[in-house]
Design a protein. Structure first.
Length: 208
């Protein structure tokens, strides 16, 4: 029985040949073998190390000449794999990278909740704007978002991603720093306005 694979780590990300995703999958080096074959050496967190045959017709001609001359093109040294993967994960999920993603505001709220150790989030409209409460049990720490455009983006993004258009409950699959979460989302009414409760649940995806 095949295990549920981790990832993708961002919208539109395509898997590598083994079915896993960068940066779980890293290119170590390309080599020219004595029989003339060009191969790529891959390291996968879940599959281990394997190699792929490269088609010279699909590669840059300058790169092929380099391989023919030097025999090897190193991307990551064997003793740097763990550090390179850690660095790439941090880069992938950094705030700078997140700014390029359309669900930045919602993602920022989810990240802030985990950083505060919350197990749930409550979003309610108040006179000043949207109150965001990070909850740990019955104890919460809150702040208010006043920008109407940002509030609209958060609400529409949550409804779309949790598929709440025609129902009151849904789930949102999200990955943070390589760890998958399944977030239970509930929409309810508070003083005549829609409000939302997000409950963090660690995904049951199999880990190595």
């Amino acid at each position: 029985m095949s295990a549920t694979l981790p990832g993708p780590y961002f919208s539109g990300q395509l898997p590598s040949q083994c079915g896993h995703y960068y940066p779980d999958v890293l290119r170590l080096r390309d080599e020219k073998r004595p029989d003339g074959r060009l191969v790529r050496i891959i390291d996968c967190t879940y599959c281990g190390r394997y190699e792929l045959d490269l088609d010279p017709q699909t590669l840059d001609k300058g790169f092929v000449r380099k391989l023919n001359k030097k025999g090897c093109d190193v991307a990551i040294r064997d003793d740097e794999i763990a550090e390179a993967r850690k660095r790439d994960f941090e880069k992938l999920f950094s705030k700078e990278n997140s700014k390029k993603q359309p669900d930045l505001k919602l993602q920022s709220i989810l990240e802030e909740a985990l950083e505060k150790g919350a197990d749930s989030i409550e979003l309610e409209y108040v006179s000043e704007g949207l109150e965001v409460s990070y909850m740990l049990g019955n104890i919460g720490v809150g702040r208010v978002i006043k920008n109407r455009r940002v509030i609209g983006e958060i609400a529409s993004g949550l409804i779309e991603q949790a598929k709440l258009q025609h129902k009151r409950r849904g789930t949102l699959d999200w990955t943070y720093r390589g760890k998958p979460y399944k977030i239970q989302v509930e929409e309810y009414e508070s003083f005549g306005e829609s409000a939302f409760r997000l409950i963090f649940k660690t995904s049951k995806r199999q880990r190595p």
